[in-house]
Structure formats: structure tokens, C-alpha cells
Design a protein around this ligand. Structure first.
Ligand code: FES
Length: 146
């Protein structure tokens, strides 16, 4: 058949160059957590698709900034690209403070990615939700002396 359109809805599935960049070359992915000593760990599953995401963070205790943010997902391309971008945003410029990182919104990640197909929005929430859980895990374990 000539000119057959993508059966998933044509341009609703177009990915930005930045999404492709982060999908093909994901930043801060953690392949083997056995050798990684995290200060906090967060894990979330997506009710929409059943995929899951884990985030590991290291925290600079004086300034309460995220010095490292690693992740791994069994989600799709959009989940990989948005987690990669989330980890870059969490650690750039010396690291986000914990309080700021807890307020990170998926819209900010999507904006930095140059957009995501609308129906992939639920994939972009996995990274920041797992990050939030990792921060809460850190805070729970480091309540003393705070
Ligand atoms: S479809 Fe499950 S994370 Fe994207």
C-alpha cells in the first residue's frame, strides 16, 4: 500500500531530536546497583502500563544537594529519555537542592526534551516520582541531625 500512515496516529508519535539523543545515549543509567552505595532509593510502577522505574541518589549533606542521580527503568523509549533528562536536571549546576528536586514537575522535563507525544505523558512521570521517593528515603534515613 502506498503512503500508508503510521497506524498509531501519524505525527502524534513524532519524537524530538533531544528525546532521540537521550534514548540512544541515556545519561546516568545504572546497570549494576550492587556496586553502588546510594543515600536514597526510590521505586515506582506505572499503573498505566505496568512498567517500573528505580532511582538511586547520592546527597551532599551540607548543602542538601543531589550530587548523583542514577536510574534504571523497564519502561519505554519515552521513559528512558525522560529519566535521562530528569537525572541531568537533578545534578546540573552543582546539583538541585532536595526541596527543589521534590517539586520537579514532568512538564519541566518534557519542555527540556522538546516535547513528548501526549499519550506518553505517563512515562515522563515515572522518573521524577521515583526521584521524589528516593529523596524521601534519604530524609527518612537521615532525619537525625537535620
Ligand atoms: S509505556 Fe510504560 S513507561 Fe512508557
Amino acid at each position: 500500500m502506498k503512503d500508508e500512515k503510521n497506524t498509531c496516529g501519524g505525527k502524534g508519535w513524532v519524537y524530538s531530536e533531544t528525546v532521540k539523543e537521550h534514548f540512544f545515549n541515556p545519561q546516568n543509567i545504572l546497570r549494576d546497583e550492587k556496586e553502588y552505595e546510594a543515600d536514597g532509593i526510590g521505586m515506582v510502577g506505572s499503573p498505566a502500563c505496568g512498567d517500573m522505574m528505580v532511582v538511586w541518589i547520592k546527597v551532599e549533606p551540607e548543602k542538601k544537594q543531589i550530587s548523583e542521580c542514577k536510574w534504571r527503568t523497564f519502561g519505554c523509549a519515552s521513559a528512558i529519555a525522560s529519566s535521562s533528562m530528569m537525572s541531568v536536571m537533578a545534578t546540573e549546576h552543582g546539583g538541585m537542592t532536595l526541596s527543589r528536586a521534590k517539586k520537579m514537575m514532568p512538564e519541566a522535563i518534557i519542555e527540556r526534551l522538546g516535547g513528548l507525544p501526549e499519550r506518553k505523558y505517563h512515562c515522563s512521570v515515572l522518573g521524577h516520582l521515583a526521584l521524589r521517593e528516593a529523596i524521601e528515603d534519604y530524609e527518612k534515613n537521615h532525619e537525625h541531625g537535620g
